[in-house]
Design a protein around this ligand. Structure first.
Ligand code: NAP
Length: 322
């Protein structure tokens, strides 16, 4: 059973088919400008709403949650990861928080493979050579990269997305290693080797993929000391959040040649990124496109709609964080 029509404020334009589904069920206000709302604009949007659909770039700290009008029952984030929402404050306020787990894992895992391959095979340099008209024809020494086939893949944060990456990587005969704070059950490990510390994981990671949430514990988890533990010519991929990486450390290791290359989808301080990345030949960059597939975008809308239904009906929801 679906809940009665609700007044829902949507802070960013979502793909039209998603908006159509929302509008069919609820009374929707959508931010007319395709930009992040200011904190005051966010409160104004919430002032006439039963709930909000937001993105990872809308911040709900304790102050913002306390300021929400009492009729706001839920904040549903069109994303995974809750670094932008103070869950304790939400719990204390009785505000339901929903997100979009699982349904974007395939999309993000495919991006991880794209970044791994793009970084390993020097895709950025090849692109530039063609687009800048500098290609003079095949030579045996042109843009020699590395294979990921058979290499050791280290996954820092093997949850829903990390596990999906592991499955894809096994198709490349990679051996999977991982570190989480707690060991996964055997069916989730599927033969992956658990490392109790990030340092142990790094020592065996020919390709390291960061897939852990942004938190106090993971901020700048990949710093100079840890990068030094990676094998020579390792590849670093980040599909998690930019602040897991100390940019100075990563850039120095890419410049020195200790790391072969990096593939990055996310950056500290997005949409700005450290301009030094743009000058490095051995990086393959994407503008936070991890979940940008039509399949994921539609499913993200659907899982939020069913979560909202469940919250309003007092049922449990698989995608409810609080
Ligand atoms: P998830 O299922 O919660 O998995 C996260 C994993 O990280 C868990 O296995 C967790 O295990 C581990 N972890 C958490 N804190 C850790 C720590 N301090 N040290 C080591 N491991 C830690 O989440 P998910 O669905 O896979 O998503 C992961 C992240 O991907 C999100 O939080 C988000 O930031 C990012 N993401 C990016 C995009 C994109 O477009 N690029 C899209 C969606 C999500 P333990 O709890 O046992 O440590």
């Amino acid at each position: 059973m679906t809940s009665p029509r609700l007044r829902i404020a949507v802070t960013r334009a979502l793909p039209e088919p998603v908006m159509d589904r929302f509008r069919a069920l609820h009374d929707i206000w959508v931010n007319p400008d395709d930009r992040v709302l200011t904190p005051d604009e966010l409160q104004a949007a919430a002032s006439g709403a039963d709930g909000l659909i937001v993105t990872a770039f809308d911040r709900f700290d304790a102050k913002a949650i306390a300021a929400l009008a009492p009729h706001v029952r839920f904040v549903a984030t069109y994303s995974v990861g809750n670094e932008h929402i103070d869950l304790d404050a939400a719990r204390a306020r009785g505000l339901a928080i929903l997100s979009t787990p699982d349904v974007l894992s395939n999309a993000v895992a495919e991006t991880a493979m794209l970044l791994m391959l793009g970084a390993a095979r020097r895709a950025h340099e090849g692109d530039r050579m063609l687009y800048e008209g500098r290609w003079t024809g095949w030579t045996p020494t042109q843009l020699i990269g590395r294979e990921i086939t058979g290499k050791r893949l280290g996954i820092l944060g093997m949850g829903r997305i990390g596990e999906t990456i592991a499955r894809r990587a096994r198709g490349f005969d990679m051996t999977v290693h991982y570190h989480n704070r707690s060991r996964r059950p055997p069916e989730a490990e599927a033969g992956a080797t658990y490392h109790a510390t990030p340092d142990d994981l790094l020592a065996v990671s020919d390709v390291l993929v960061l897939a852990a949430p942004s938190s106090k514990a993971t901020r700048r988890i990949l710093d100079t000391t840890r990068i030094a533990r990676l094998p020579a010519s390792a590849i670093v991929v980040n599909i998690a959040r930019g602040d897991l990486i100390d940019d100075d450390a990563l850039i120095a290791a890419l410049q020195s040649g200790h790391l072969a290359s990096a593939g990055l989808d996310v950056f500290a301080g997005e949409p700005r990124l450290d301009p030094r990345y743009l000058a490095l030949p051995n990086v393959y960059l994407q503008p936070h496109q991890g979940s940008s597939t039509i399949e994921a975008r539609l499913a993200m809308g659907d899982i939020l709609l069913s979560g909202i239904d469940a919250v309003m009906a007092g049922r449990t929801a698989v995608n409810r964080l609080v």
